[in-house]
Write a protein that binds this ligand. Sequence first.
Ligand SMILES: NC(=O)C1=CN([C@@H]2O[C@H](COP(=O)(O)OP(=O)(O)OC[C@H]3O[C@@H](n4cnc5c(N)ncnc54)[C@H](OP(=O)(O)O)[C@@H]3O)[C@@H](O)[C@H]2O)C=CC1
Ligand SMILES: O=C(O)[C@@H]1CCC=N1
Length: 433
Amino acid sequence: MDDSGIKKQNWDVKETELFLEILKELDMKKCLDGRKVRNNKLFKVAHRRMTAAGYHRSVDQLKFRWKLLKSAYYKCKREPDSPAPTKIQGWWRYEKTMIAIMESRHPLVGAGVNSDRNDEATEDSDGDASMLHWPQPQPCPDNTTQNLDLIIKMDPEMDSQLKIGFIGAGNMAFGIAKGILSGNVLPVNVKVSAPSSRNLGRFQELGIAVTHSNIEVVCGSDVVFVAVKPHLVPLVLNEISQHITDRHIIVSVAAGVTLATVEELLPENTVAIRLMPNLPCMVQEGALLFARGTHAKQEDGALLRSLLHRCGLVEEGPEAWIDIHTGLSGSGVAFVYLFAEALAEGAVKMGMPSALAHSIASQTVLGAGRLLRDSGKHPAQLRSEVCTPGGTTIYGLHTLEQGGVRAATMSAVESATERARELGRKSAAGGRK
Ligand SMILES: NC(=O)C1=CN([C@@H]2O[C@H](COP(=O)(O)OP(=O)(O)OC[C@H]3O[C@@H](n4cnc5c(N)ncnc54)[C@H](OP(=O)(O)O)[C@@H]3O)[C@@H](O)[C@H]2O)C=CC1
Ligand SMILES: O=C(O)[C@@H]1CCC=N1
């Protein structure tokens, strides 16, 4: 066991390198000002990023690893000619990155008010701020604070101060809003607009502020989701355009509407992202794909990803895949519902009461989906695991194949993708009118 009480598992080179890269990127050393809360937050950010990359270490394990790396660094600094520290195997691989991190000094240390030893002893200790040896604890300088604030904003575990707006109060806006609220975003930081009140009540029930003014939403938000029907996007963007500033990230969820169209209708340099979500965001089981526009940086994508992380699977890809994802998943959920409905109707035909048949059909779809996702197996593999030779399933599958279900499903994805492309061309033409 290490001193965090967690079972030891050796760190491999890739894992340590990733950990250090994350710390470097977070400007860890600058932000480690000895305050327990802040330090914990930073390690939490690192923890989340490590987890996202498939490395499952607790916050305490990360802290302990950092402590060892730091001790090794100080040992090498004090005794450059002594043998490499033994607690960190292959130390030479990490030395350069550690120097880069450690040389990005906290201002108080840089000013020479504290020795390295003091720094070593206190900097990431879990002690209370009052126990620290910094002579006069002071806030980080502006740029560091901003950097840290951004990190904290981006981290889903942190209290998000981000203001989120929705233009359009339909099903998709509601689905995303529900997903977002199950994370750390507070309803008071969300606002939604629509011309009529017919869809606003359910947002109010979630504690979200509502308005009929799209401009009010834009002026009060950092991230604005444009969730109106595709043909209305040019109209809405024209309306809000003069209120967009560099504070904003505009996220269009409209099927087909391209980034080029969105960017053309908004001020130069607007940060725009095209997102294709799907309705199961509502139950945190969505499948979302986004593409960044010309001026959207990686961190804008990271911010969106962290905002949406409770909505389900969130992936980034080239814009060319967004229309395909629309067919596969945006519309794909409806294809699955059709199949679920048909399953239930088959059972009703054979004599089962409708309510029971529908309830079993939905559980069947849910269970099959979860097993497919969680096992990581190819669907054909799972299908063969269900089929007993000469048994019931292969007879049923034969019938489905005779009905052309596979070809029909492929064609459904194809048609929906083509339709998204067509909608894109129409909205581009609409924007130019
Ligand atoms: N539904 C889905 O599963 C998915 C939808 N999408 C995309 O999401 C977008 C929205 O779809 P969906 O939620 O289904 O649509 P809905 O028809 O359910 O909702 C559209 C919303 O837009 C509002 N609206 C209409 N005109 C304006 C305007 N000028 N300004 C502000 N709001 C306006 C409507 O107002 P009012 O309430 O007054 O009618 C309504 O609230 C579409 O572009 C679609 O392509 C993407 C993925 C999946
Ligand atoms: O049917 C539509 O156009 C939207 C886009 C994907 C799902 N619903």
